[in-house]
Design a protein around this ligand. Structure first.
Ligand SMILES: Cc1cc2nc3c(=O)[nH]c(=O)nc-3n(C[C@H](O)[C@H](O)[C@H](O)COP(=O)(O)O)c2cc1C
Length: 188
């Protein structure tokens, strides 16, 4: 309901890059700058909220996962309470960064956290991604896009789409005029 002002949209931006001041965050910030004033933006940096290695105990014992604490709880709560989830990940080896992938892996546990109601609460949210790659052929980002689009489908989320830009060194994105133009209407 993009025009329902009684329930302004909320956006959670998950920064999943491995350096400060990267191109991917810059491109995401350019897109976020165009969000309406009544939309709420939350930015979380996965480097500041490190997740433990994911432990696959789904099929061991009762298969129940404990209530998350610490950084994991912050990420779970932020994920459950947002309308829009934006994975802000550079393209690493044709896919999402390790921190973004680890966050996604934890979804498999959160589906089994008693009371979290993860599957039901993810349904209907919109998943988006912003990524920057150093290849001029944007089809090389297909694995990243496919990972996220199919994961959204799995959880009955809406797929918002991918905003892709070109960059290698920090600041390169400022010269990718077409990407910055696409950023202006990405969330529209
Ligand atoms: C571990 C690693 C893997 C990368 N893999 C790819 C890749 O598969 N394809 C590509 O085009 N660029 C690749 N790059 C380049 C980055 O996508 C590029 O430098 C991008 O600007 C980084 O985003 P950032 O500026 O937000 O940190 C890789 C960089 C790193 C550090």
């Amino acid at each position: 309901m993009p025009h329902d002002h009684d329930h302004p949209s909320t956006y959670l931006f998950l920064l999943a890059g491995a350096r400060e001041g990267g191109n991917t965050e810059a491109l995401a910030r350019a897109a976020a700058a165009e969000l309406p004033a009544h939309a709420t933006q939350t930015w979380l940096d996965l480097r500041e909220l490190p997740l433990a290695p994911f432990d696959d105990v789904r099929h061991a014992g009762d298969g129940v996962y404990p209530q998350p604490v610490g950084a994991e709880k912050i990420l779970l709560d932020a994920t459950l309470t947002t309308d829009n989830l934006v994975i802000v990940s550079p393209l690493y080896w044709y896919s999402v960064s390790a921190s973004a992938k680890l966050y996604l892996d934890h979804w498999a546990g959160w589906l089994r956290v008693p009371g979290a109601d993860f599957k039901a609460r993810m349904r209907g949210k919109t998943l988006w991604t912003v990524s920057v790659l150093s290849d001029t052929d944007q089809t090389t980002a297909d694995p990243l896009v496919g990972t996220l689009r199919l994961s959204a489908e799995y959880l009955n989320m809406t797929w918002g789409g991918a905003l892709l830009g070109y960059g290698n060194r920090p600041g390169d994105i400022t010269t990718d005029t077409p990407a910055l133009t696409r950023a202006k209407t990405f969330f529209a």
